[in-house]
Each structure stands twice: as C-alpha cells, then as structure tokens.
Design a protein around this ligand. Structure first.
Ligand code: SAM
Length: 275
C-alpha cells in the first residue's frame, strides 16, 4: 500500500534498493512519516529558502520536507546505494529535489544554495554530526549563509550545544553555539523510532544565527575554550598558563581561581580579544 504522499512505504523502498543500514555511515533510518513530518514542520515555512538536507538515506525526511511545501530541497548523500531511491522521490516532485552524491564534509553549502536563503534540516549521521555543526558555526563571515539549522543529534550532544554556564554539559560547543546562535532543544526522539535503534536517546535541536555576536577573533576563542575546557577541573590560572595565565586573567578582570565552566560567553569573548 502506498503512503499518503503516494510513494511506497519506506520499508519497501529499503527492501527494493537493498539499503541494509551501515554502521560506518551512521545509518539509523527514520521510517515513520508522522515523525519526519513533525521534524520538517519545525523548519516552516519551507517555500522561501533552499532546504539543504544532509544524509537523506532512503528519504523519509526528504519526503516530509517536500510534502510540507519545500520548493527546493538539495539532498547531499554519501552512500551511492541511496541515490536510485532518492531519484524516485525526485520524479514524484518534479523540479523540487536535487540530489548531490557527495560527502557533506567537503561540499560548499553556499554554492549549492546559489546565494539565496538556506535552511539546513537533517537527521545527521552521528559519526560526523558535531564536525558538520562546527563547520556551520565557524564560517569566516557572520551572519552565515543559513537562516536556521534543525538537526537531530544524540541527546548528550544536544545538551552540550544548548548548555549554559554552570552546567556540567557546558564546554567548547556550548560557548561557540551560545556566542553565534540562539539554540534550543525542541523534543527528544526515542531509540525505538530508528531502524536500527541506536543505543541512546536523540533530540532535535534548532539554531538561529545571532545577528550580531560580540566581536571576537574565532581562532582565539577556539584556543581559549580548548585550553580552558581541556583541563576543566583546574583553576583558569593553571589551564590558561600557556596563553598568559594569571596575568591575562587579571588584565580582563576575571578571578584566576575560577574554573572554565563558570565563565559566561561574554567573559570568554573578553579573553579571546585579549590573548
Ligand atoms: N535522513 C535519513 C533518515 O532520517 O532516515 C537517514 C539518516 S542517517 C542517521 C544518516 C545518513 O547520512 C545516512 O543516509 C548516511 O549514508 C548519510 N551520511 C553519512 N555520512 C555522510 C557524509 N559525510 N555526507 C553525506 N551523507 C552522509
């Protein structure tokens, strides 16, 4: 029996194209179109931007994005086995789905979007999810090419992205995301929703660019957070020793006895501007 969008059920697609999930590609598929519809709706409206989806796999989220009104979806998939299945979706929605058979770590997103507004929506492969997010948070020019990110991560990573100072999850990812974006967790997704089920709970995170983050050199901010959180239990005068230690901290008005996880983003920015 066909699904509401008129295409075959995802289980049939997987069987027809031999898409046995591969762990090496982080393949945990979503087969419930109600759930992929719920994820796609978080990024509405979808018709005024190019929607970039990383890792469409058999196309459950891709189909939801198109059914929810996306006029142009660019789907970047590394696994060549998935391309024929995705072409069937493209045929069902003529002119609205572009399939890019490539590694998302090496593609130029801005070029794919052709200069217009972009929304990125993805059930990310967990093995490269953090790396992809860091690349989207760290373009040399800000605001970035994208206007929103709606992404599935392991819950533990999601908590690190949205973490505030003082939380045990607060670290380099939280400082970078908190500096350049407004990020929040929208909802959790249980392992049972995936085929095969991963070991841990997942969560959908949404990020919007902060239009005017406090100015700071990105490379310096990365150096400071790497040093501070690299030894997160130590006092900053010790963990930041190679960057100027006590002298640097005193110069920017931060008590040298404090620990990394107590520093606000504004204090990290002050340090980045001073090193
Ligand atoms: N979107 C599908 C879904 O929700 O059912 C599949 C999600 S699955 C977690 C991750 C997908 O990313 C897989 O299809 C995998 O082949 C693809 N993938 C893994 N590494 C990739 C990379 N570096 N670039 C592009 N796609 C990648």
């Amino acid at each position: 029996m066909a699904s509401p969008d008129g295409l075959p059920p995802l289980r049939a697609v997987i069987a027809a194209h031999g898409l046995e999930p591969k762990k090496s590609l982080g393949q945990n598929f979503l087969l419930d179109l109600n759930l992929t519809g719920r994820i796609a709706r978080q990024a509405l409206p979808l018709d005024r931007a190019t929607v970039i989806e990383v890792g469409p796999g058999p196309g459950g989220l891709t189909r939801a994005l198109l059914a929810e009104g996306a006029e142009r979806v660019v789907a970047i998939e590394k696994d060549p086995r998935c391309i024929a299945a995705l072409e069937e979706i493209a045929g069902h929605y003529p002119g609205r789905l572009e399939i890019v058979a490539a590694d998302a770590l090496t593609v130029d997103l801005a070029a794919l979007a052709g200069g217009g507004p972009v929304k990125i929506v993805a059930n990310l492969p967990y093995n490269v999810g953090t790396q992809l997010l860091l690349s989207w948070l760290a373009p040399p020019v800000w605001p970035p090419a994208w206007e929103s990110l709606t992404l599935m991560f392991q819950k533990e990573v999601a908590e690190r992205i949205v973490a505030a100072p003082g939380s045990g999850h607060y670290g380099r990812l939280g400082v970078l995301a908190g500096w350049r974006t407004r990020a929040r967790i929208l909802f959790e997704v249980s392992p049972a929703a995936f085929t095969p089920p991963p070991k841990v709970t997942s969560a959908i995170v949404q990020l919007f660019p902060n239009p005017a983050p406090q100015p700071a050199p990105l490379a310096a901010l990365e150096r400071v957070t790497a040093a501070a959180f690299g030894q997160r239990r130590k006092m900053l005068r010790q963990s930041l020793k190679s960057l100027g230690g006590e002298q640097l901290l005193t110069r920017v008005g931060i008590a040298p006895q404090r620990r990394a996880e107590t520093l606000s983003i504004e204090e990290f920015v002050r340090l980045a501007n001073a090193v």
